[in-house]
Structures are given as structure tokens and as C-alpha cells.
Design a protein around this ligand. Structure first.
Ligand code: ZN
Length: 244
């Protein structure tokens, strides 16, 4: 099976459409959360995701904050809070319910754990270094974990159950996962923060057990203009141009 793995779409419809087109026909889509937050098209993004066949999706911290109108959002910075409030008002009841119903803990699919932040702290922990990756391997009941949240396309491997190191991830270069223990982040569709403004995603081939990280250009300018026109924080528009 060819599985499209995506995360952190953040209400960026242009980026999501570019990723779906670039991925082409796939057998399933695994979505690691944060469909909404930051961007200008929360309803359109939720509806596009909901309509995908063979979808498996877990909740991200923004999905939970936006679906639960009573959740305390002081953990977000001021600009993210402004975006959360705007998106709460925009969402249709149906789309809010979809976000509300997303699983808030990791999902296991065969050899893979799917989590938003990390296997041990589904909603909030960032895996950005080998130390945090290393301690998460002890919380995995599977050989592999696919995660999002940091908006950085990266991966870590653990060898002999002891040593954890960063994997070399190059867009367009498949890595084989057979017999290996790894934590992989496909990067962010709608708000990359690894200094590459292109939308990020990965294709997981379950038979060959390969992971193919990819990037695709999208119409950043349209998303940028829509963020500004909606009165959302300008920083969330500008950062898209540079991928930070
Ligand atoms: Zn995110």
C-alpha cells in the first residue's frame, strides 16, 4: 500500500491541494493532526480532509483548542491565541464536531504508532533532538512512529535499543525502514518551519517499507493574502514566504 503521510496543515488550503495533487493516487492517507490553526481556510481544509477515502487522522493541539471552546489557551502565544479565537468563530458545527471526535492519543497501525507530538505526550511534546527522540523510543510498542507538531521534516533511528541518531532526510530520497526502529516527521503541509517554504509530506510504502520525504511548491501568495484579508496576525502570513 502507498500511504500519504501528512501533518500540520494549519488551514492552508492551497498547500493541501498542492500536496494531494503531487502525491497522486494513494491507497490511504494518515494525517497526524493540526488541520486548523494559523491559516485562513479552516472549514475548507477540514472538509477536504473529511472527504478523503481511507483516512486515518489523529488530533493535534490546535484541533483540540479550536474544537473545545472552553479550553484554556494560555499555553499558546498571543498571536496563536488570536488565530484560535478567529477559527473557533469560523468553524461550522459539523466541522467542529469532526475535530472534536479525532483521537487524542496515539493510534497504532501495524508496525507504526501515529502521534501528533510524540508517542509519550501525544498533544504537546516536540521531538527535535536525539535526547527527546531517545526517551520516546522507550514509550513505543511499535518499531516505527510517525509524528508531526514541530513542522520540521526529520527522522531519528535507534540502534541496538541503545543509540539514537538523526537520520539524513533529503526530499525525493527514499529511506528503507525494514528492520529498523525509527521516528519520522513528514514535515508540515501548511506552515513549514525548516527554512524551506514548500509544502512537506511523505509517502510510506508498506510493502517495500520505504519512507519517501517530499516537498512541493504551492501558491504561497494566495494563502498570505487570505491571512491578511481575514485580519489574522501578519506574522503568520509573512513566515510562509520563508518557511520559519
Ligand atoms: Zn502544528
Amino acid at each position: 500500500m502507498q500511504i500519504l503521510v501528512i501533518s500540520d496543515i494549519h488551514a492552508n488550503l492551497q498547500a493541501l491541494q498542492a500536496v494531494l495533487a503531487a502525491a497522486g493516487p494513494v491507497d490511504a492517507i494518515w494525517c497526524l493532526g493540526d488541520l486548523v490553526g494559523y491559516g485562513p481556510n479552516p472549514n475548507e481544509v477540514v472538509e477536504t480532509i473529511r472527504s478523503q477515502p481511507n483516512l486515518l487522522c489523529v488530533a493535534g493541539n490546535h484541533d483540540v483548542a479550536i474544537a473545545d471552546a472552553n479550553m484554556d489557551i494560555r499555553a499558546f502565544n498571543a498571536q496563536a491565541q488570536a488565530s484560535v479565537r478567529w477559527q473557533r468563530e469560523q468553524l461550522t458545527p459539523d466541522n467542529r464536531q469532526f475535530l472534536q471526535d479525532l483521537p487524542r492519543r496515539p493510534k497504532i497501525q501495524g508496525a507504526v504508532t501515529l502521534a501528533h507530538g510524540s508517542p509519550r505526550d501525544h498533544l504537546w511534546e516536540y521531538i527535535l533532538n536525539t535526547r527527546i527522540a531517545h526517551s520516546n523510543f522507550h514509550h513505543m510498542r511499535t518499531r516505527l512512529a510517525f509524528i508531526g507538531h514541530s513542522h520540521v521534516q526529520l527522522g531519528f533511528e535507534q540502534k541496538d535499543g541503545r543509540h539514537t541518531h538523526l537520520l539524513r532526510i533529503e526530499p525525493g530520497q527514499p529511506i528503507t525502514l525494514q528492520g529498523r526502529s525509527a521516528v519520522l516527521n513528514p514535515g508540515s503541509v501548511g506552515q513549514p518551519r525548516d527554512e524551506d517554504p514548500r509544502a512537506a509530506f511523505a509517502i510510506f510504502d508498506t510493502e517495500a517499507e520505504t519512507w519517501l520525504p517530499q516537498r512541493v511548491e504551492y501558491d504561497v501568495e494566495t494563502t498570505r493574502q487570505r491571512i491578511l484579508a481575514a485580519g489574522l496576525p501578519p506574522r503568520h502570513a509573512e513566515r510562509l514566504l520563508h518557511g520559519w
